[in-house]
Design a protein around this ligand. Structure first.
Ligand code: IMP
Ligand code: MG
Length: 180
């Protein structure tokens, strides 16, 4: 099938780049003079994280990763989260910024945030490229949001549908007939 039969473009490369730059500028301003540990949530955040992290101008800025999965795959999150790869940095007393592709029900990020707080972080903030607030099940909000979207299923620029389409350089809305 052709790509245009599968999804419609939501954000092109230029729009993504502009959004990521604006987010980096806000983070640089907010954390100026401080030390930061950026924790990318694998795998969806990798493209966003790579573009964002290279625009952080903080002198003391470390990078780590965490992977969490909700049991099962597909487009619906089950709500039960487990950490499949933990951070390796010592977080005690540190300022942490979680970088995620999309905040949906909030199950993943509320679990990850609590998990990192329990490791003794001084602060844990959330940076997400996309937010779908209409689907929220947990009381959680991002500190930095690239774009708020309706209840759509999006792919590309790291975001997947059953591990496919992460390699698209832009973000598209997956047509409902593909996953329904
Ligand atoms: P939550 O736990 O429901 O907030 O879901 C967060 C995770 O679900 C994200 O990290 C994504 O991996 C995945 N997800 C939610 N919505 C989408 C989407 O529209 N496209 C691709 N992945 C999504
Ligand atoms: Mg995912």
């Amino acid at each position: 099938m052709l790509h245009k039969d599968i999804f419609e473009e939501l954000m092109n490369e230029e729009e993504l780049s502009k959004t990521v730059t604006e987010m980096a500028q806000r983070i640089n301003a907010d954390y100026a003079g401080r030390e930061l540990i950026v924790v990318g949530v694998l795998k969806g955040s990798v493209m966003f994280l790579a573009d964002l992290f290279r625009q952080l101008t903080l002198d003391q800025c470390q990078l780590d990763f965490i992977a969490a999965s909700s049991y099962g795959s597909g487009t619906v999150s089950s709500g039960k989260i487990k950490i499949t790869k933990d951070v390796s940095c010592n977080l005690i007393g540190r300022d942490v910024l979680i970088v995620e592709d999309i905040l949906d029900t909030g199950n993943t990020l509320s679990y990850v945030r609590d998990h990192l707080m329990k490791k003794g972080a001084a602060s844990v903030k959330i940076c997400t490229l996309f937010d779908k607030p209409s689907r929220r099940k947990k009381d959680i909000a991002a500190d930095y949001t690239g774009r708020t979207i309706d209840d759509l299923f999006i792919v590309g620029y790291g975001l997947d549908y059953s591990e496919h389409y992460r390699n698209l350089p832009y973000v598209g809305v997956l047509k409902a007939e593909i996953y329904s």
